[in-house]
Design a protein around this ligand. Structure first.
Ligand code: C2E
Ligand code: MG
Ligand code: MG
Ligand code: MG
Length: 281
């Protein structure tokens, strides 16, 4: 009888689900150790002023360096960090490394960081960010925070409160992956955001899909009319770049310009970017 009961209980889980649960548990365990061990590391991807090809800043993207030297992508651990309450630790650990790295950068370059929606529940968020930034001697104006639209839908009141406080402190806000979420235009009205990042799915097929062209062009026009800047993600080819430049987008990001790299590799990448910008003129 006992055995039957047991079987009954376990019937809720398909074999695949059980494996996935075990795997998640293992990743959580490993993540707890990886944070203090310094294995969650920042990579930086260039952000380019499209009209002149100049480097204006970097987006920080996290990578988990495993013992064998391979890298685990954020898609494999950020959601687990969010669910297990570890995301704050991950965020602050990355931000501390990043502001330290920024001290070696030319002072006109800014840093964009991704904020998880879960972090809107953190009452000390604004103070803690400011503390880390100013302790490193970095002006808050050099920091930009990227939030996805879906994040805002979950808790619009606390999101608005935090975004307003960040803005007062001089930190800019960008709406990330714009166009893929709920895309409530009310957000643009009610929140002091300064930038939209058009999702890379609209750039991917921009050569052959007329509606993607119209969407990128129209979002850019609307953003500009609202006094917002536009960044476009996922620029992989010269043709992508040519199009988004024609549509008047302000800033570009993508493998055409550069992949996310560790701080030590940025100087060489920046050198190449300067050469390419000059070659295009
Ligand atoms: P995101 O913020 O939209 O970042 C852009 C993603 O697109 C990055 O993926 C980047 O490597 C990738 N990418 C950049 N250029 C190109 C391109 O030309 N083509 C293609 N196909 N992809 C490109 P990544 O690094 O895997 O990060 C994925 C997502 O994970 C990010 O999307 C962001 O939402 C999240 N994420 C990354 N790091 C963090 C973090 O530290 N905290 C939080 N909360 N989220 C993070
Ligand atoms: Mg982002
Ligand atoms: Mg993005
Ligand atoms: Mg994206």
């Amino acid at each position: 009888k006992c055995k039957l009961e047991k079987n009954k209980r376990f019937r809720f889980f398909e074999p695949g689900m059980e494996m996935a649960a075990i795997r998640r548990g293992e990743i959580e365990e490993a993540l707890r150790k990886a944070i203090p061990a310094g294995r969650i590391q920042p990579r930086y991807q260039p952000l380019i002023r499209l009209r002149n090809g100049q480097l204006v800043g970097y987006e920080m993207l996290s990578r988990w360096r495993l013992n064998d030297g391979s890298l685990r992508l954020p898609g494999e651990f950020i959601a687990i960090a969010e669910e297990t309450g570890l995301i704050g630790k991950v965020f602050y650990c990355l931000l501390k490394q990043a502001v330290r790295d920024m001290r070696g950068w030319p002072s006109h370059l800014f840093l964009a960081v991704n904020l998880s929606p879960v972090q809107f529940n953190d009452d000390d968020l604004v103070e803690d960010i400011l503390q880390i930034v100013t302790d490193a001697g970095i002006a808050p104006e050099r920091l930009e925070i990227e939030v996805t639209e879906n994040a805002l839908v979950a808790d619009i009141a606390s999101a608005r409160d935090i975004i307003t406080r960040l803005k007062h402190a001089g930190i800019r806000i960008a709406l990330d992956d714009f166009g893929t979420g709920y895309s409530s235009l009310r957000h643009l009205n009610e929140l002091p955001v300064e930038k939209l990042k058009i999702d890379r799915s609209f750039v991917h097929d921009i050569e052959c899909n007329e509606s993607s062209q119209t969407i990128v062009e129209t979002i850019t026009l609307m953003a500009h009319n609202l006094g917002l800047q536009v960044t476009v993600e996922g620029i992989e080819t010269e043709e992508h770049a040519r199009r988004v430049i024609a549509y008047g987008c302000d800033i570009g990001q993508g493998f055409l310009y550069g992949e996310p790299l560790p701080d030590a590799a940025l100087a060489e990448q920046a050198h190449k970017l300067t050469q390419n910008a000059q070659a295009r003129l």
